[in-house]
Ligand binder design. Structure first.
Ligand SMILES: Nc1ncnc2c1ncn2[C@@H]1O[C@H](COP(=O)(O)OP(=O)(O)OP(=O)(O)O)[C@@H](O)[C@H]1O
Ligand SMILES: [Mg+2]
Length: 214
């Protein structure tokens, strides 16, 4: 199975979620391969520092995605692709081969607008693939309790046309610190337990969804 994080907007949490999901699955004993489609290679650099046996493969063109993407799927229990910012052909290529597209989104009007466009591109991919693949999940990120923008995000997301995860991620310093430390939050000493639990519950929810109705 191939799960890709996609959103045309930069900085919404694609790499954060991709790396944590890969590490979570690895912790469950799964053989995971990560495809890094970001030109900045943030995800590969983070995972290389993390020092666990999760292979990362960089792909910078749609041709590479089409040529090697599905081959990797046959070599692993799960392939996680970290999508680039922008709706470049690379993102569209990922949407043509992935089983599940994760669409993280922060609480800002710009983030929401780009998520709407991303959902449209997901729907285009479904039409081309003549079915309901890729499935998709919208993930609210960087929420601050009881702020107007957070409430608006939760209200608007239910009308986007793709399911919204029950577990949302709050804005937390420890998530921002994790890449610099080359770690995932559950390995960071003194990480707030709620931050750890939220991320683990999100990973659990994503995989339960991915494995349902297969
Ligand atoms: N819930 C959160 N709380 C605090 N910081 C966060 C949260 N989610 C992500 N971040 C931080 O926000 C920044 C952007 O996140 P990330 O790199 O995961 O986004 P991205 O969508 O992959 O961006 P790009 O499109 O540029 O690759 C990073 O510094 C990350 O550590
Ligand atoms: Mg990224």
């Amino acid at each position: 199975m191939l799960i890709a994080t996609t959103n045309s907007k930069g900085g919404v949490g694609k790499s954060t979620i991709a790396v944590h999901l890969a590490a979570w699955l690895h912790g469950q004993g799964k053989h995971v391969i990560v495809i890094d489609c970001d030109t900045q290679q943030s995800c590969s650099r983070w995972l290389n520092r993390f020092n666990v046996e999760i292979s990362t493969v960089q792909m910078g063109t749609p041709d590479e995605v089409f040529k090697y993407g599905l081959e990797l799927v046959s070599q692993a229990d799960m392939v996680i692709a970290d999508g680039p910012a922008g709706l470049a052909e690379l993102t569209r290529a990922l949407l043509m081969i992935c089983d599940l597209a994760l669409v993280p989104c922060g609480p800002s009007a710009l983030d929401l607008e780009s998520s709407r466009i991303t959902v449209e591109v997901i729907q285009q991919a479904r039409r081309i693939r003549k079915g309901d693949l890729p499935r998709a999940l919208f993930i609210p990120n960087r929420l601050q309790t009881n702020t107007l923008l957070a409430n608006e995000l939760m209200a608007v997301s239910s009308r986007l046309g793709i399911p919204v995860t029950q577990s949302a991620l709050r804005l937390r310093q420890v998530y921002a610190n994790a890449p610099g430390q080359g770690q995932v939050v559950w390995n960071i000493p003194n990480a707030p337990s709620e931050a750890v639990a939220d991320m683990q519950i999100l990973c659990q929810e994503i995989i339960a969804y991915a494995e349902s109705q297969q």
